[in-house]
Design a protein around this ligand. Structure first.
Ligand SMILES: NC(=O)c1ccc[n+]([C@@H]2O[C@H](COP(=O)([O-])OP(=O)(O)OC[C@H]3O[C@@H](n4cnc5c(N)ncnc54)[C@H](O)[C@@H]3O)[C@@H](O)[C@H]2O)c1
Length: 313
């Protein structure tokens, strides 16, 4: 049984805890958050308000880090040093040089490390990558992606709206799509950024140029209660592929194909569950740890290429 500890029990930890709960060959043995009230939400797990105390008392195989962005490198290195496999939420850091640093530390220690870029495990995004690689709809001509939400004024200690600690929209939201295009199509040749950044909101549209196509990606934290939405539309020679809740492939011959995610295909519950990218990433990382294989699906050079672009914004 693989023993897992969760570090940081705020917003995104909910998705990680739910995914680990579904694993028959792994168990959460402890959770840690400096806020006792966050631990109290999970009375079924042994809770710690201090990381060092948890590590003294528990035998941990995998440390799953869901801390605020500015703490990722510090605690990843601490976990690696203690001999744990470390899965850490995105982004690895706000500084490009950190990407290789953490991976090298893990390799030197002989443990696994991965940044949890959930979009790389998202069935609809993977279908898009497959369409591109197979060439089944011809060449890619253009693409548009969006990830829009409102300013996260609720975050613990206001860390999200503090540029030095979160990097704001580029490192919080835009990074999901930029990381995915870097994974699927390689690093772009160049980019042109349009950004409307104010104290109470932050919107950007960045156009990425490749040899034969360009991609336009919008990301925002709008002021007010704007419901989160994300998706994409990609134009190929023989089809338009659109993801807006569900993925549809509009072929030039008039046919429309509805893509059914793997999880939905395997499910006997009507309509649910569909994609669970968080669980897919956790299963992948867990299996690598159990099989003694280094997880190379998220590469440090790709993370660095993304951070190099974002630090130019
Ligand atoms: N993959 C995704 O879709 C996704 C979505 C949201 C957030 N994230 C990422 O996850 C990370 C966390 O975001 P969040 O929204 O959950 O933030 P959050 O503020 O809701 O949660 C962070 C938690 O860490 C705790 N914490 C702070 N310092 C600590 C310490 N030293 N030791 C123990 N606990 C400590 C806080 O009390 C808080 O509960 C961010 O880096 C963010 O970019 C990823």
């Amino acid at each position: 049984m693989t023993k897992v500890a969760i570090l940081g029990v705020g917003g995104i930890s909910g998705a990680h805890i739910a995914a680990w709960k579904n694993q028959k060959d792994a168990e959460i043995i402890a959770i840690c958050d400096i806020r006792q009230e966050m631990l109290d939400k999970h009375p079924e797990y042994k809770g710690y308000t201090d990381f060092e105390e948890m590590t003294k008392n528990e035998e941990i195989d995998i440390l799953d880090i869901c801390l605020p962005t500015y703490l990722h490198v510090e605690y990843s290195l601490k976990g690696i040093e203690k001999g744990y496999h470390v899965l850490c939420e995105k982004p690895v850091s706000l500084h490009p040089e950190d990407a290789h640093k953490v991976y090298e530390a893990a390799k030197a220690k002989g443990v696994n490390f991965m940044i949890a870029h959930c979009v790389r495990f998202w069935d609809e995004f993977l279908r898009l990558k497959e369409i591109y690689e197979s060439g089944e709809y011809g060449k890619l001509i253009s693409g548009y992606m969006f990830r829009l939400g409102c300013r996260p004024s609720w975050s613990w200690d206001g860390w999200m709206t503090d540029e030095k600690r979160s990097g704001l929209v580029p490192f919080d939201l835009h990074i999901h799509d930029l990381d995915f295009i870097t994974y699927a199509f390689g690093a772009p040749n160049s980019h042109t950024l349009y950004r409307a950044k104010r104290d109470d909101q932050d919107y950007l549209n960045c156009v990425y140029q490749y040899d034969d196509f360009f991609l336009s990606i919008e990301s925002s934290w709008y002021a007010g209660k704007f419901n989160f939405q994300s998706g994409f539309r990609f134009q190929f020679e023989k089809a338009v592929v659109e993801y807006k809740g569900t993925l549809k492939e509009y072929l030039t011959d008039g046919k429309v194909i509805n893509f059914v995610p793997k999880a939905a295909e395997e499910s006997d519950m009507e309509g649910i569950p569909t994609t669970n990218a968080y669980e897919n990433e956790i299963i992948y990382f867990k299996k690598c740890c159990q099989d003694n294989v280094f997880p190379d699906l998220v590469k440090p050079e790709e993370l660095k290429a993304v951070l190099d672009i974002l630090t130019s914004f």
